[in-house]
Design a protein around this ligand. Structure first.
Ligand code: SF4
Length: 280
């Protein structure tokens, strides 16, 4: 049995940077709080909490406290509220996400109505929408497009959640262009996501089984799985080695493995070790 591990599997630079910032600050400053999960992976969150950073779901009184802003970023309102409450801010927002904030704000200032293609409830999308003065139109799929609202827009500035699937985005864009006379499109899917998605377009056909590792809350892992599954029905999305079922690997000669941007190397290694001892 041959195991083929995707070159792009595991942490992207944005996640790695956010974890490094968190752990370095945990050594020198206390107390530190993170609003929600720093990245969408339970093991990483546990590691950060073990280092002494507490997770909170809402802001409290911030005097003499430090607030860590997660890799997905946050809205302007949250940031202002945190500062007003007295928190010292450590910003671990990924530079690629900050870039989307800048583009969306610039387009809004130039008079465009902002459309965000992304998962409505995802922190990153909420953070992008939260940079704007006016309400953004958020589109999460071809099926849910608010056509009535779209028809009223004359000039649209379109940005994309960093982990979206480009093929889906282009389909949505085509519909937008049909109804909106002027569309300024910025493909803000980040490079690590593009690399991961490109690799997973080839791997399912080159392998008998595809194992995709990442938390069930990870948007980028979900996209990888969504690309892989139609190309190879033996595609499985797991969050840990324990979830592997022996039957999946029966008669398989080549196993392709990839992992989302917030999946730790330790989890990937555990999966590889487990596969190696399962008889095919
Ligand atoms: S997936 Fe992309 S945008 Fe998100 S943290 Fe990683 S590099 Fe940044």
């Amino acid at each position: 049995m041959k195991i083929n591990l995707a070159k792009s599997s595991g942490f992207c630079f944005g996640v790695r940077k956010a974890i490094t910032i968190a752990l370095e600050n945990a050594k020198s400053r206390k107390p530190i709080f993170m609003l929600g999960d720093i990245v969408h992976n339970e093991e990483v969150v546990k590691q950060i909490q073990k280092a002494g950073i507490k997770k909170i779901n809402r802001l409290g009184k911030g005097a003499e406290k430090t607030l860590l802003i997660r890799a997905h970023g946050c809205s302007k309102k949250t940031l202002q509220k945190a500062l007003k409450s007295g928190y010292t801010i450590i910003d671990a927002t990924c530079p690629m996400v900050k870039e989307i904030h800048k583009i969306a704000s610039r387009l809004e200032k130039a008079g465009y109505r902002i459309i965000i293609i992304g998962d409505k409830l995802h922190d990153e999308v909420q953070g992008i929408a939260g940079q704007l003065k006016s309400k953004a139109v958020i589109i999460d799929g071809l099926k849910n497009m608010p056509i009535g609202e779209i028809k009223k827009i004359r000039r649209a500035g379109v940005v994309v959640q960093s982990t979206q699937n480009l093929d889906n985005v282009l389909k949505i864009l085509k519909v937008l262009r049909k109804y909106i006379p002027h569309v300024e499109f910025h493909n803000t899917i980040c490079n690590p996501t593009r690399l991961k998605q490109n690799e997973v377009k080839a791997m399912p056909e080159e392998n008998d089984v595809m194992i995709i590792i990442g938390s069930k809350t990870s948007a980028n892992t979900k996209r990888i799985y969504e690309i892989s599954k139609p190309l190879n029905k033996n595609s499985y999305w797991i969050d840990s080695a324990e979830k592997i079922e022996k039957g999946w690997l029966k008669n398989a000669k080549k196993i392709g493995i990839t992992a989302g941007a917030s999946t730790p190397q330790a989890t990937i290694n555990e999966v590889i070790q487990k596969i190696k001892v399962i008889p095919s």
